[in-house]
Each structure stands twice: as structure tokens, then as C-alpha cells.
Design a protein around this ligand. Structure first.
Ligand code: SF4
Length: 582
């Protein structure tokens, strides 16, 4: 069952911006509720999660008295805005700039004596907001080309705007009819780019699929429009709000499935749907294939695959430092990484089940096994470090202790109310940095300590840099993927702090630095020719990251395997160099 996911699915710019402004307001007003004038997004799950973060929809001004209120992306009429300003202590305006433009055109032309015709859905909050910019009796809403004939004939000056989420197919014939009756009409197509991009994509997708799944709130205008377009193209279309609504019997009869989602559908909801479709796909496979798949899933999701990668990196570092090979060093890295990553994943599981997907879902279902794994691998890491000497034992014990401390509250709840970060893991980006330092300690510092007499300092320092960059880049790629879920649950990662585009740039800069270190290391003789061969890994990381950023959505087990495959690739290259080429 091939699944084709529309690249434009999910939060649009306006909704994402409103969401970020709401969450920023909760940080600013820690002890207060932040009200949104109506639900922030047309998605039940997202609204529930926001409620848990003290962001609550309000329907009457009495509720918001002396509080903080946010105007959502749909905007409001000027009269409503004045009311809000009168009652609330602070009003945050998250009106989408595209909606604000339609409002501005309407009020400007209305003030010049024009009648305003809005092509849109009667009663939709955005349309109501635009209508509120026009004096009574001079604003009209039309939904169909036929309704144009019901407009008063005596309108002298006419200005036309559109609800931003209308489809081009609807807008054009209505605008044409208006023009035929009022030839001097000023027509502004205010349908937003995000909406038209989604609609264009669904038309293309509809040609390639046997059935379409459109995800989004039943009250979401743009989601309903997407479903409508898909049906117009003759494709069996299922409009759903959550993955639970998908039925195997109904879906399994189709071969290729298209997936798209409205502008207010969070990515994690889309991911859950894709994951469920993959489960359906698996149900149709033979027992042997299902068995192989479950073994691979176990290997990857339990972090054994990543642990193998850590062991590979430790092996490659020994080769780069020209050290005598010591299997214990690789084992130490593998056990340490297994312990720390399992523990960390375990402690950072989102409370809300709907946010769980892929590896997280596996962790949540296999809590006992994962608990056993981190305890057992921690004991093994300490045991192996003991064999490597006292210095290694101290370093590993301190790293494991810091790893455990990382998620505990250093400043207890109730103390120092103004302090924002109570645990080390609350500090933005700290997880990525701590992880990278942990890898560097077991992968480079301990091999250096064990072979101090024969390891040159420049090679040691450059190896640390290599490992730090590799682990940081991996974390950032994952953080970019998880950005929406992290925003909602309040986890502050680097992409949330500085934005996705800047994080992507940092990833590229780090990879550029890695390339320079590897080339300089070889050119100066600090590293053997293996250093040059490792450039293959840089190319591999760029390809996997680029693939991810292009496809946008969760690609399942294969993608997790691809990302962490960089470490295995390093090990394979190092083995080839050491045992075949050297
Ligand atoms: S669909 Fe367009 S107009 Fe509406 S909030 Fe999103 S970006 Fe803004």
C-alpha cells in the first residue's frame, strides 16, 4: 500500500505563528491563563493539549476580564477588538497577515464609499471579522455563483475580497459573475498562498492515488475544501480528524493512498495517521515479512542499533588516533550510549498519548523492557570501564551520574517561583549538548586516557570535535522533525528557539566544519587517509537530512534507521580501511 503524503500538509504559516505567540504568552504570564478568542485551531486534540498548557478558548468577554487574550489567525471585527481591549489586561494580535490584508482592503474601500462583497462561507469567523470592517448594510457575503444575482442592483461602487481559505475554483466563477453585473468592480483575490498551494497539490495528488485521506477538523473550512476538491476529481475521499477513525476494511481495498491535511492540523496527528496506514500495510504482509520487520523494529527502537553505531564510532576514533585496537573501548561506548539514550527517551516521553509515535510509542508500550535495558546497560558500562582502569571508571560514573541528574529537578517546585529552568533538561538545547559531550567522553576521552602516552593532543582535540559535531547534527535533525509536538508540550529545543530555517543552516555549517576538520586532519598528517574516506559520511548525512526536509513527514522505521545509519557507516568505512585498505 504505497502512501503519498502531500508536502503542504499541516500547519500553515498563520496557524503556526498564532500557536507560537500563544505559547510565548504562557511563558511571559506564568501564573495566568492565556485565553484565545475562540479555539486557536480547529483540532480537538491540539485544543486539549493547549488547555493543559493553560491556553484556553474564551467565548465571552466576561471570562477574560483583566486577563490575557489572543486574537487567533482568523482575526476579529474592529468592534470585537475594542471590546477585548476594554476588558483584557493585554490583547495579543495573532491575526494572520493575509487575513489582515483582506480586512484592510475591505475597510479602506468601505471608507471610500464602496460596497464590499466577500466571497466566502457565511458565519465563518474570518468572514465575520472582514464583514465587521464594513459599515452596516454595505457588506455582502456570497457562497455560490448563483447567489450573485440576489445582490442589490443599485450598488454603484463594488469591491470584492475572498475568505483566504476559499478555493480558486469557487472564487473565479463568482468573481466573473460579479464582474458581469458590476463591470467597474474592484476585485482582490485574497485567497492565501498556503491555501492555493495545498489545493494545487491535492489536485496533482488526486491523479496518482486510488483513495485520499484528508485530515483535519470537521469545522475547518480549508480542510473541508480539500476534501471537496478531492471528491471533485472522482477520488474516494475520507475526511477524518484522528487516526482512530481509519478502518482497515474500508482502506485496505485501495492500492495507493494519498494523505493531506488542513492548515490547522498538527504534524503529529498526520504522523499518527501515516503510522496507522503502515500498520494496515503490515497486516497484509506474509508472516515471514512481518517477523523480519518486528525484529528490525526491536533492534532499532530499543536503541541497540544506535548502541552499535556508538561502538562503531569508538572503533573509528581508535583508527583515526592510530591506537592499538581495543574491543572494550567500543563496548564501553555501546553500553554507555544504550543506557543514556534509553533513560533519556524514557524520561522525556510526552504525557499525552496522542503525541506518541514510532519509537516513543514503542517505549511507552515496552516500559518494563526499556527500564531493564537502561539499568543493565548502565551496569555493563561501569563494569567495562572498571576493566579499563580507575580513570575510566571515574569518568564513566560521573557521566552516568550527570546523565541521571540531567532530568531531575535541581530547584524543587515551589522554590524561587521566577526561575524558569528547574532541571538541566529544561535549558534549551542542553539535551543535545549533554548527549554530544557524553559520546565524546566515552568515544574519545577514555581511549585517550587509556593511551595517553601515544596519543598526540591535536588528534585528540580534533577527534572530540568530530564526535561532538556528529552527535549534535543527529540531534538537530531529530529536533527539526519533532518541532510541533515539542512546541505543544513546551520542550524548548534549538529549532524552537531559533526557528527551523536557522537550525537547518547551523546543521549545514556544522557539516562544513566537519568536512574541513577531516580534510585538514588528513592533509597535515594528524589523521590517516581514513579521515578522507569519512567524508562519505558527510555526504550521507546531507542526503538523509535533505531527503527529510523535502519529504517533510515521518517516514517510519526506515527513516530512523537512515539517520542513525551514519554511525554504522562510519564503522563500516573504518573496518574496510583498517582490515582491507591499510
Ligand atoms: S490559511 Fe493562509 S490566511 Fe489562513 S491562517 Fe493560514 S496562512 Fe493565514
Amino acid at each position: 500500500m504505497p502512501i503519498k503524503v502531500a508536502k503542504t500538509s499541516g500547519f500553515c504559516y498563520g496557524v503556526r505563528r498564532a500557536m507560537e505567540l500563544a505559547l510565548a504568552a504562557t511563558h511571559k504570564h506564568r501564573s495566568q491563563r492565556v485565553y484565545t478568542w475562540g479555539p486557536l485551531v480547529h483540532n480537538r486534540q491540539a485544543v486539549d493539549l493547549l488547555q493543559a498548557r493553560n491556553i484556553v478558548p474564551a467565548e465571552t468577554v466576561d471570562v477574560i476580564r483583566n486577563g490575557v487574550v489572543l486574537i487567533r489567525a482568523h482575526g476579529v471585527a474592529p468592534g470585537v477588538r475594542r471590546e477585548l481591549e476594554k476588558h483584557a489586561e493585554e490583547v495579543i494580535d495573532a491575526t494572520c497577515p493575509h487575513v489582515a490584508r483582506a480586512q484592510q482592503i475591505a475597510s479602506e474601500y468601505a471608507s471610500r464609499g464602496y460596497a464590499i462583497i466577500i466571497i466566502g462561507d457565511k458565519g465563518h469567523p474570518e468572514v465575520t471579522g472582514i464583514l465587521g470592517c464594513v459599515p452596516d448594510g454595505r457588506g455582502f457575503v456570497v457562497e455560490t455563483p448563483e447567489e450573485v444575482s440576489q445582490l442589490p442592483r443599485n450598488l454603484e461602487k463594488v469591491c470584492v475580497v475572498a475568505q483566504t481559505t476559499q478555493s480558486g475554483e469557487r472564487f473565479e466563477p463568482i468573481a466573473k459573475n460579479i464582474k458581469s453585473i458590476y463591470p467597474e468592480a474592484k476585485i482582490f483575490n485574497t485567497v492565501c498562498g498556503a491555501t492555493s498551494a495545498r489545493q494545487t497539490e491535492i489536485k496533482e495528488l488526486a491523479r496518482d492515488v486510488d483513495a485520499m485521506i484528508v485530515i483535519g477538523g470537521y469545522h475547518s473550512a480549508n480542510t473541508r475544501r480539500l476534501a471537496e476538491i478531492s471528491r471533485q476529481y472522482g477520488v474516494p475521499t475520507f475526511h477524518i480528524e484522528t487516526a482512530e477513525e481509519l478502518e482497515f476494511n474500508k482502506i485496505s481495498r485501495y492500492h495507493t493512498i494519498g494523505v493531506t491535511a488542513g492548515a490547522s492540523t498538527p504534524h503529529w496527528v498526520i504522523r499518527n495517521v501515516i503510522e496507522r496506514l503502515r500498520e494496515f500495510e503490515e497486516m497484509r504482509r506474509s508472516t515471514v515479512v512481518r517477523f523480519i520487520h518486528s525484529v528490525l523494529r526491536f533492534f532499532i527502537y530499543t536503541q541497540l542499533y544506535l548502541a552499535l553505531g556508538a561502538g562503531s564510532v569508538a572503533f573509528a576514533v581508535q583508527c583515526l588516533l592510530r591506537l592499538p585496537l581495543n574491543a572494550r573501548l567500543s563496548m564501553l561506548s555501546a553500553f554507555y550510549v544504550l543506557c543514556i539514550h534509553t533513560l533519556n527517551r524514557f524520561l522525556s516521553l510526552p504525557q499525552d498519548e496522542s503525541l506518541l509515535y514510532g519509537m516513543q510509542k514503542y517505549f511507552a508500550r515496552q516500559k518494563r523492557l526499556m527500564r531493564f535495558m537502561w539499568v543493565f546497560s548502565g551496569i555493563l558500562a561501569v563494569g567495562v570501564s572498571l576493566l579499563l582502569g580507575l580513570a575510566s571508571l571515574i569518568l564513566v560514573s560521573v557521566s552516568l551520574f550527570l546523565g541521571a541528574l540531567y532530568s531531575l529537578a535541581i530547584i524543587p517546585r515551589g522554590w524561587l517561583p521566577g526561575v524558569r529552568y528547574r532541571r538541566l533538561m529544561d535549558i534549551p538545547g542542553s539535551k543535545d549538548l549533554f548527549m554530544a559531550i557524553g559520546w565524546a567522553v566515552v568515544g574519545v576521552v577514555i581511549p585517550f586516557v587509556a593511551n595517553r602516552a601515544i596519543t598526540p593532543i591535536p588528534a585528540f582535540l580534533m577527534s572530540i570535535l568530530i564526535v561532538l559535531i556528529l552527535v549534535l547534527v543527529r540531534s538537530m535533525i531529530y529536533n527539526i522533525r519533532d518541532i510541533e509536538g515539542d512546541i505543544i508540550i513546551g520542550r524548548e529545543t534549538i529549532p524552537i528557539l531559533i526557528g527551523r530555517r536557522w537550525t537547518e543552516r547551523i546543521v549545514l555549517v556544522l557539516l562544513g566544519m566537519l568536512t574541513v576538520v577531516l580534510i585538514v586532519g588528513w592533509a597535515t598528517g594528524i589523521f590517516p587517509v581514513l579521515s578522507l574516506l569519512l567524508l562519505i559520511t558527510v555526504g550521507y548525512i546531507i542526503l538523509t537530512a535533505y531527503y527529510k526536509w523535502q519529504t517533510e513527514f515521518y517516514q517510519g522505521l526506515a527513516y530512523d534507521a537512515m539517520i542513525d545509519g551514519q554511525f554504522i557507516l562510519i564503522g563500516v568505512i573504518a573496518i574496510l580501511w583498517r582490515f582491507v585498505l591499510e
